[in-house]
Write a protein that binds this ligand. Structure first.
Ligand code: MG
Length: 221
């Protein structure tokens, strides 16, 4: 079992399912030569893909090309199904910054063939998470600076106000499909600027001064 690491929260919250959104920023959809959709696009990552601050992303033997995607993560604190938008934020426990690591070569083949993305997104170490902050510290989750640096150089920089769906809509929509349970994590999609990571790289992600994440990269032997 894996538990979140909270900056200031003593109680253990187990990491449940990880629900990821795709194409939630227009400029990222454009760089991937694709379009945004009216309803959010979802896929799942296993909890076994989680690593934490100062962990190591492992490039698996099956892939030759991993990409970074920096994202705002939303931790669910209260179970719910068919959650109305007006009550959606009451179900949030906290936030963190995450990387949705993607085997882009495997994903490209899947996209071409109309196959699911589970392999490209689900390897061990493909979900690095920062320590989390309680929602009380975050007056507006859709006004947060999101930055990713590789070896000190900025690669992705955006504000969550550029997301095309509201947080309320995202939570409400997901809960129409699957019960959201305490400990579930929503990765809300990446802005533009995704690119390759290599063995030896040091990745630093942050949500302004709220939370930060540093991980390195090695290849599986
Ligand atoms: Mg993503």
């Amino acid at each position: 079992m894996t538990y979140y690491r909270f900056q200031e929260y003593a109680k253990h919250v187990r990491i449940g399912k990880i629900i990821c959104l795709a194409r939630t920023y227009k400029e990222h959809a454009r760089e991937m030569n694709t379009i945004v959709t009216e309803d959010p696009l979802l896929f799942l990552k296993p909890a076994s893909s989680v690593i934490f601050n100062h962990g190591t992303i492992v490039i698996p033997r099956m892939s030759q090309c991993l990409h970074h995607e920096v994202e705002l993560g939303v931790i669910i604190g209260k179970n719910g199904k068919h959650i109305g938008e007006e009550k959606a934020l009451q179900h949030v426990l906290g936030y963190l910054v995450a990387l949705d690591i993607t085997a882009r070569d495997i994903q490209s083949i899947a996209k071409k063939n109309g196959w699911p993305w589970g392999i490209a997104k689900g390897f061990d170490t493909f979900a690095p998470l920062s320590d989390a902050v309680l929602k009380e510290k975050v007056p507006n989750p859709q006004n947060l600076d999101l930055v990713l640096k590789i070896n000190g150089a900025i690669k992705q920089k955006a504000n969550t106000n550029q997301m095309i769906y509201s947080m309320e809509r995202i939570i409400s929509f997901i809960s129409e499909i699957m019960t959201l349970e305490r400990g579930d994590l929503i990765l809300t999609g990446t802005p533009e600027g995704v690119g390759e990571i290599k063995e030896g790289d040091v990745l630093e992600a942050d949500l302004g001064s709220l939370c930060s994440l540093t991980v390195n990269v090695k290849r599986e032997r």
